[in-house]
Write a protein that binds this ligand. Structure first.
Ligand SMILES: Cc1ncc(C[n+]2csc(CCOP(=O)(O)OP(=O)(O)O)c2C)c(N)n1
Length: 296
């Protein structure tokens, strides 16, 4: 148990530098912090996404046992591995008191679209593990195609005139599964990030779900040194909210003192280039509406 979240950020690294993620990709920061909290006694399932590159292309950066798994079944990986650990403990092969954390990490396309059935199943059964959706808001590894969590008006190669539909609210869908823990994360708020992962790690058995905001310099079209600035502006404008749902109880974990206008966030990104004043008003209304209630 770590009392000060800052302590976790200085813990040993099990995710190392020198990997092939794009410059400025926040996935490396997220994986590094997740590994600092979960430590050596954890097992990863990494879906076929951008994050399989640093974790499974030799010489890989992840220093724990891990499974490179197809896009859809990474939640089923949690189900299978946690069941295997339970049986091995029962047989005395693994000491009963040893904590081994099983987790999965995959992209938003894998999670919100292709793997939705496996995810919903694992959550409904309350299988034991942590699931991280790295939400870079498109299928990035195959060259920037829209997913159901791509925001409205965003350019991708399959929405060249801007996406028509709004972003799917996946954390809200996961909270409706009545699982012990759901939280949103941002790489611009590291203490909030590690505190939530620690909380889930220490909660006891059950399915815990995280949605990580993943500003992608390559796909969102902004300079690679601006990743954290874009991540911070998402939260300060309310485009991305930081909250947790603990056993059904909704709690905002960071509230901007004065919410900035959404235009401050979108104007930094080429994917929103060409938005009209009306489009920006529509996005502002979306933010204002979702900020008013649970699931925002
Ligand atoms: C069932 C299936 N369809 C398509 C692919 C090809 N594919 C590999 S990676 C990828 C993109 C994954 O997108 P996402 O899950 O959002 O993760 P990201 O690449 O953005 O990290 C796709 C479509 C695949 N591996 N499996």
């Amino acid at each position: 148990m770590i009392n000060n979240p800052r302590d976790a950020l200085f813990k040993e690294d099990y995710f190392h530098p020198g990997h092939p993620l794009c410059p400025g990709c926040p996935g490396g920061m997220a994986l590094r912090w997740i590994m600092k909290v979960l430590g050596r006694d954890s097992i990863a399932n990494v879906g076929a996404t951008c994050l399989c590159l640093p974790t499974h292309v030799y010489p890989h950066s992840l220093e724990i046992p891990s499974l490179y798994i197809a896009m859809a079944p990474s939640p089923a990986g949690i189900s299978g591995m946690s069941a295997a650990i339970r049986i091995l403990k029962r047989k005395g092969v693994i000491p009963a008191e040893k904590r081994i954390t099983v987790f999965a990490i995959s992209g938003d396309g894998s999670t919100a679209d292709i793997g939705m059935a496996a995810l919903s199943g694992a959550a409904e059964r309350n299988d034991d593990g942590l699931y991280f959706c790295f939400d870079n808001e498109a299928y990035m590894n195959t060259g920037i195609q829209r997913s159901s969590t791509t925001p409205q008006f965003s350019w991708t190669f399959s929405t060249t005139k801007g996406k028509v539909q709004r972003k799917k609210d996946l954390p809200k869908i996961m909270a409706a599964h009545d699982i012990p823990y759901v939280a949103t994360l941002s790489v611009a708020y590291p203490e909030d990030f590690v505190r939530k992962v620690e909380k889930a790690r220490d909660m006891g058995p059950g399915f815990k779900y995280f949605q990580i905001h993943g500003p992608c310099p390559t796909g969102w079209r902004f300079p690679e040194h601006k990743t954290v600035e874009v991540a911070r502006l998402a939260v300060e404008t309310g485009f991305w909210s930081l909250y947790e749902v603990v056993h059904g109880s909704f709690n905002i974990t960071y509230r901007p003192r004065k919410r900035l206008p959404v235009v401050d966030y979108v104007k930094l990104q080429g994917r929103f280039q060409g938005l009209t004043a009306q489009d920006i008003r529509t996005l502002q209304n979306w933010v204002d509406e979702k900020e008013e209630g649970p699931g925002s």
